[in-house]
Design a protein around this ligand. Structure first.
Ligand SMILES: CC(C)(COP(=O)(O)OP(=O)(O)OC[C@H]1O[C@@H](n2cnc3c(N)ncnc32)[C@H](O)[C@@H]1OP(=O)(O)O)[C@@H](O)C(=O)NCCC(=O)NCCS
Length: 339
């Protein structure tokens, strides 16, 4: 087992394409450049991946997309473990475990995490001490647009909302006030949100900003179309807990964009109880079942802290669960957008 070197990039992406069906090498190259070269958390200095070589051939890899994380307000290092793969010819020999174990162990980063696990990664990551958030704390809601539009919120104050091309210049001041409500959350300062949503290399999500009476930004939402699955995702709904007017405005604007897109359904997943009456009033209905899956481990000095992981405010935008949305396919026309 070895740390990734820059010269491994093509071989690692080729291995990924050989293991995961439907991947296109050119898209992988673009995504990898965004994941690492532009990532504002690259200064934590984590290895981009661990790999295993057999002779000159790269036969296993596990990739770590760096992220800053706020634990009780303090900024610590994190990483999303993605694209775990072992060449079909080399499976069942412990290579998967070799690249997985150091990721979760103390030393690599303070908060390793992973999203969208399958039975194999669930088994491996659990055995390394990662805690599964099985969707039990989240409510996933959806609005279905085909049989008439869901109702709009019809009472209460609504803050003005605008589509913005970039994360507003005053967002960091707003985020500094909001972050105190989150015991554990991936960093959502302007640099992190800009990387994740404005610089995303494929079809761009739409960023919505709500403003208060003085014209200051008091909330953000992010909406992303997934035409391949006939869906729209509400990825972020970031406001102060008690700012129902900003929540109403952002939800109404997100629903408006989703309805205009012509796609069938909007999905949103939240752990925040105070958002639910507003979402229900706007016509969203809970989806039965526990979705989606997140795993994390908090490596703080002393003991591992599984309880702390359950305080993670997850978002559909966390990790790589939507990293492939809107990537170009042969024969596509121009990239789909929502505007
Ligand atoms: C999953 C994968 C990485 C495992 O690699 P591997 O080198 O064969 O795994 P190892 O030999 O190190 O086995 C590690 C453990 O995982 C278990 N495991 C492997 N595949 C499994 C599966 N499909 N379901 C449940 N457990 C599985 C093994 O039984 C072993 O358990 P143990 O150590 O407790 O005895 C490999 O099968 C692969 O590349 N699969 C396709 C891509 C994939 O599914 N990636 C993960 C999700 S992104």
């Amino acid at each position: 087992m070895d740390e990734y070197r820059e010269a491994d990039r093509e071989a690692l992406l080729a291995l990924k394409c050989s293991v995961f069906g439907g991947t296109i090498l050119e898209n992988e190259r673009r995504r990898f450049a965004w994941e690492f070269d532009r990532n504002p958390a690259r200064d934590w200095g984590l290895p981009p991946a661990l790999v295993v070589r057999d002779g000159g051939e790269l036969v296993a890899g596990f990739t770590f997309v760096p992220s800053s994380v706020r634990v009780a307000g303090e900024r610590v290092s994190g990483a999303a473990g993605i694209d775990l793969c072992v060449a079909a010819s080399h499976r069942g020999q412990g290579l998967g475990r070799q690249v997985v174990e150091p990721f979760w162990a103390e030393g690599l980063c303070t908060f390793p995490f992973s999203t969208g696990v399958n039975p194999a990664s669930l088994h491996l990551f659990s055995s390394c001490g990662a805690t599964l958030l099985g969707g039990a704390e989240e409510v996933t809601l959806h609005a279905w647009f085909r049989d008439g539009a869901p109702t709009e919120p019809d009472e209460g104050e609504v803050r003005p909302v605008a589509v913005v091309e970039d994360i507003p210049a005053d967002w960091d001041a707003c985020w500094a006030d909001l972050v105190v409500d989150h015991p554990l959350v991936l960093e959502r300062d302007a640099a992190s949100l800009r990387w994740r949503y404005v610089e995303f290399p494929f079809a761009r999500p739409v960023v919505l900003a709500a403003s208060d009476d003085d014209g200051r930004t008091c909330g953000l939402a992010v909406v992303q179309a997934d035409p391949g699955l006939d869906r729209v995702y509400l990825l972020e709904l970031l406001t102060a807990k008690d700012d129902a007017a900003a929540q109403r405005g952002l939800v109404a604007a997100a629903l408006g964009l989703a309805r205009e897109s012509g796609l069938a359904t909007l999905y949103y997943s939240t752990r925040r109880a105070e958002q639910q009456p507003i979402l229900r009033a706007a016509g969203l209905q809970p989806v039965p079942g526990a979705y989606p899956t997140y795993m994390g481990k908090l490596n703080l000095p002393g003991a591992s802290r599984p309880d702390a992981v359950s305080g993670w405010t997850v978002s559909l935008g966390d990790g790589d669960q939507l990293f492939n949305v809107g990537e170009p396919r042969p024969g596509d026309g121009p990239s789909p957008t929502m505007l």
